[in-house]
Design a protein around this ligand. Structure first.
Ligand code: NDP
Length: 318
């Protein structure tokens, strides 16, 4: 594993990080989840990404990760891993369990620490911008999380380029730099290329790309339809069957041919393709098995692309 500097900070993150959005909830197989997390760490993945609402049920991914930590990462190993969590989407009933108020963010962080049985997280995120709450209030809550010792760094997620510019400036004034932006980025979702990555580079903020496989679409899984053991088939999965369109499958089939010519799986090529941009600090994958995890990590064996390959990929994606 290689470790990249996160923006202009002191923190290094692995080129590939593991997210616990799916496959780590109370509805999932705990032994499988534990095996994935252990294998990830053994392969050099030092960064595990969570959020208050990951599950289902919401909160259960943090609870399970707490158990995994307790079983496997006791003592000094806590110092070898970077744990992130977030608040911003709906977590509990009533007016205080959603969006971006100081009230929600700070009480949610306390709950997350309790669920994971840890004293601090390494990165605490505002999970999404809140159109109703002043951005200053949300950023002051992040700053407070660091000053109270409950988070070492802070980040933002799903903020537009313009919102990012404001958030980063407010955090700087408060004295807590914005470490990282967590943004959806894959061959099939490229909004970050229209301004966000430029802002992050200018401001010295890192970028971690989530859903880099478009929730599994950018693998060989859907080339012949929707298999039973897939996120699109799973009622708890966030990939909907109607997102697996014929038009997309045609593109995936063509991309798969390029991947095969590179001696890679489609998943490996999709991950390598993101890593060619040096502004991407880490690629944040999900995995439902140890086999998938290992297959994906092997993308690091070939991250170079020829001009011809890049052009051919652009033509397919256009
Ligand atoms: P991916 O795009 O990497 O999708 C992961 C899924 O794709 C797996 O669970 C598996 O699904 C399938 N898959 C992975 N590898 C392979 C393979 N080699 N062959 C076949 N299928 C494969 O990422 P996620 O969408 O899971 O997101 C990753 C992380 O990003 C999340 O866990 C979370 O931490 C973060 N995130 C952040 C968000 C935010 O708003 N900040 C929003 C969403 C995610 P299956 O086998 O079940 O079909």
């Amino acid at each position: 594993m290689k470790y990249n500097r996160c923006g202009r900070s002191g923190l290094l993150l692995p080129e590939i990080s593991l997210g616990l959005w799916h496959n780590f909830g109370s509805v999932d197989n705990f032994d499988n989840a534990e095996s994935i997390a252990k294998e990830a760490f053994d392969k050099g993945i030092t960064h595990f990404d969570l959020a208050n609402n990951y599950g289902p049920v919401p909160g259960s991914a943090e609870e399970n990760f707490g158990k995994i930590l307790w079983h496997n990462f006791q003592g000094n190993l806590r110092d070898e891993i970077v744990i992130s969590t977030k608040a911003g989407y709906t977590m509990w009933d009533g007016p205080y369990g959603d969006w971006g108020s100081r009230k929600y963010l700070l009480s949610s962080l306390d709950q997350s620490l309790k669920r994971m049985s840890i004293d601090y997280v390494d990165i605490f995120y505002s999970h999404r911008p809140d159109p109703e709450t002043p951005i200053e209030e949300t950023m002051m809550a992040l700053d407070h999380a660091v000053r109270s010792g409950k988070a070492l760094y802070v980040g933002i997620s799903n903020y537009s380029a313009e919102q990012t510019r404001v958030a980063v400036d407010v955090l700087k004034q408060l004295g807590t730099p914005c470490l990282i932006h967590q943004a959806k980025y894959s061959m099939l979702e490229r909004w970050v290329e229209n301004g966000l990555l430029d802002v992050l580079e200018e401001k010295g903020v890192g970028c971690i790309a989530f859903s880099p496989l478009a929730q599994g679409l950018l693998t060989d899984k859907y080339l012949n339809g929707i298999p039973e053991n897939s996120r699109a088939h799973n009622p708890n999965g966030h990939l909907k069957e109607d997102e697996v369109t014929q038009e997309r499958i045609q593109k995936l089939i063509q991309l798969n041919e390029i991947a095969q010519n590179r001696n890679q799986s489609l998943a490996q090529m999709a991950l390598a393709w993101l890593q060619k941009d040096k502004r991407i600090t880490s690629v944040l994958i999900g995995a439902s098995s140890v086999k998938q995890l290992c297959n994906n990590i092997d993308c690091l064996e070939n991250t170079e692309f020829s001009h011809d390959e890049l052009n051919a990929i652009e033509k397919i994606l256009a």
